[in-house]
Write a protein that binds this ligand. Structure first.
Ligand code: SAH
Length: 224
């Protein structure tokens, strides 16, 4: 236990603060969330390496530095309501829940959604709400959101997600026409009909599969 806490502190200092993450609320969130609880036991000893790790359904828990970069880019405030697309292990949802008021998170794979839901509950994250479904459609019943983060890469910015942003809201999403690499975009809704887009750099994510994402996983991934 203590050993994980030490590793966590070291990761925050070396891989996050040391690589330019400044937001203290973000750094504190990473100091608080036990990443080892979000991976299979076999991977727990690797939990504080700054790298993605495999989870069920052929997906990955994202690299901590990238989660930090995206979380910082969301410019979260304590009373914000956040939507995450791609719950995966639930790790990023827990990070978001440390900073913001409520986190709504959508995962297309039932096994992952169910596992993340019970894991987050067990860890006491009562402000995280997990839904199984196609996140490219957003969560209209809970919109608008102050911040939306997509943790899988799609070909375009889903229109539904833009529409579910509050005025002043920020959407952070990896977008790329190829599956190999994406650009991390921040879309800021500045008025009813106006958004501003910034490119935050190249990243690599698993595919966003859905109505407003890639059509069919079997067509884009090597067969398993
Ligand atoms: N945030 C996660 C990273 C998971 S990887 C974590 O911290 O562990 C991205 C996840 O997006 C995968 O679990 C994948 O199944 C999911 N995903 C892909 N397309 C989706 C969609 N349209 N709706 C919801 N989830 C989707």
């Amino acid at each position: 236990m203590n050993q994980f806490k030490q590793q966590r502190e070291r990761m925050v200092a070396r891989d996050l603060a040391g690589r330019g993450i400044h937001d203290e609320a973000v750094l504190d969130a990473f100091r608080a969330v036990p990443r080892e609880e979000f991976v299979a036991e076999d991977y727990a000893h690797l939990a504080y390496q700054d790298s993605p790790l495999p989870i069920e359904n052929g997906q990955t828990i994202s690299q901590p530095y990238i989660v930090a970069l995206m979380t910082e880019a969301l410019e979260l405030k304590p009373d914000d309501r956040v939507l995450e697309i791609g719950t995966g292990s639930g790790y990023a949802a827990a990070i978001l829940a440390e900073i913001a008021q409520d986190v709504y998170t959508i995962e297309r794979h039932k096994t992952l959604a169910d596992t993340a839901r019970s894991r987050l509950k067990k860890l006491g994250y009562n402000n995280v709400h997990v839904l199984q479904g196609d996140g490219t459609l957003g969560w209209p019943e809970q919109a608008p959101f102050d911040a939306i983060v997509v943790t899988a890469g799609g070909p375009d910015v889903p229109q539904n997600l833009k529409q579910q942003l509050a005025i002043g809201g920020r959407l952070v999403i990896p977008v790329g026409k190829s599956l190999q690499t994406q650009e991390l975009l921040r879309v800021r809704r500045v008025s009813e009909n106006e958004t501003i887009e910034e490119d935050l750099g190249a990243v690599r994510f698993v595919p966003l599969v859905g109505e407003q994402g890639w059509a069919d996983e079997s067509a884009i991934l090597p067969s398993k």
